[in-house]
Design a protein around this ligand. Structure first.
Ligand code: TXA
Ligand code: MG
Length: 331
């Protein structure tokens, strides 16, 4: 048995030495480094294989630290922080001049979040400063939701991986840009635009199409969060016929279903509600990605607004270009 306090102390010592740690949060596991140490932050980019101009979120112990990192903070940001922190919400704000370029990708803004997970809270409180932490996956791959996933993805690049169990939310935080006037959702998540609007008493928009002038968000790349296996997203009504045709053509298939009952080992059924679905999604994608299948078929959830964040991740998973054109067996 490892003593949890000892593990936290070890993680904080590694952070102070400029090393990387695997940090559990309520959304997904982060790959954390001292946000004030550019050499440590450079290690994050090297470990992930992430382009250097993609900015990182800085994680803080509490909203009291907002002014150390951001300036010209609008009232709306304070209200969102008061309502949703600690929690799965990232605010994009104008940065303080001292925030390293390595963290912001040279942009004039910084992403800030106060995570709710007790282990993240313990580390942040003991460390005292900000922790730059992207999801602890290799660039473009599925975010980790267990400590074992982090080890699998990053191995020795991480000095310490803290085990905080499975992540409760299971998909990345909602990102809201408050740096350019009216708040805009850059990445949908567990906290919806409706909930944000309710707190602000004003509409919060979620642009359908990525805005070419918006700041770079790697999660906004078309094929982010992708398994290696080619993915097809299908309506429930079409899935059985496509599965049968693929199998007839000699393809090994894996299926992630929601309403359809699982048939066989490589069919996994996810919960019917969006919160339960999001909680299990990355774990199941990872599992099926290792099943040796040639093709991963995913039953598309409803297109209603409560499924927005899940559908966003599924669309990106399916945008991974399949090696065989559209992923369908050739007729
Ligand atoms: O739930 C989460 O947000 C997790 C956990 C670990 O906190 N972190 C996470 O980090 O998903 P990452 O780096 O995988 O995704 C953060 C996204 C990236 O797409 C990044 O481009 C965007 O946030 N981002 C960070 N700073 C930004 C900024 N100043 N302007 C616009 N986008 C920013
Ligand atoms: Mg990520």
């Amino acid at each position: 048995m490892t003593d949890p306090d000892h593990a936290v102390r070890e993680a904080v010592a590694a952070l102070r030495a400029g090393q990387l740690i695997g940090l559990p949060t309520e959304t997904v596991y982060g790959l954390a480094a001292d946000a004030r140490n550019p050499q440590a932050v450079a290690r994050i980019f090297a470990a992930k294989g992430r382009p250097a101009d993609h900015p990182l979120i800085v994680h803080l112990a509490s909203a009291d630290q907002l002014d150390d990192w951001a300036r010209d903070i609008p009232e709306a940001a304070r209200r969102l922080a008061a309502a949703f922190w600690p929690g799965p919400l990232t605010l994009i704000l104008k940065r303080q001049p001292g925030v390293p370029d390595a963290v912001t990708g040279g942009q004039d803004t910084v992403g800030l979040r106060v995570p709710a997970h007790p282990v993240a809270q313990a580390v942040l409180s003991a460390f005292g400063g900000g922790l730059a932490a992207p999801s602890a996956n290799r660039f473009g791959r599925i975010s980790p939701t267990t400590a074992a996933h982090v080890r699998d993805e990053l191995g020795d690049a991480v000095a310490v991986v803290l085990d905080g169990g499975g992540c409760a939310v299971g998909i990345e935080s909602t990102i809201v840009d408050l740096s350019r006037g009216a708040p805009v959702v850059l990445r949908p998540g567990h906290i919806s635009a409706v909930e944000l609007s309710r707190v602000l008493g004003a509409p919060v928009t979620t642009p359908d199409a990525p805005d070419a002038t918006a700041p770079r968000v790697s999660g906004a790349l078309a094929s982010h969060y992708a398994p290696i296996t080619p993915v097809r997203l299908l309506a429930a009504a079409d899935l059985p016929a496509v599965a049968a045709a693929a199998e007839k053509a000699g393809q090994r298939i894996a299926v992630l279903s929601r309403s359809l009952t699982a048939q066989g080992a490589n069919w996994r059924q996810l919960p019917a509600d969006p919160v339960g679905y999001a909680n299990s999604l990355y774990r199941e994608l990872r599992h099926l990605d290792r099943s040796g299948a040639d093709l991963l078929l995913i039953e598309a959830p409803p297109s209603s607004v409560e499924w927005l964040a899940v559908n966003d991740r599924l669309k990106r998973a399916a945008a991974h270009p399949p090696e065989t054109g559209d992923g369908l067996p050739k007729a």
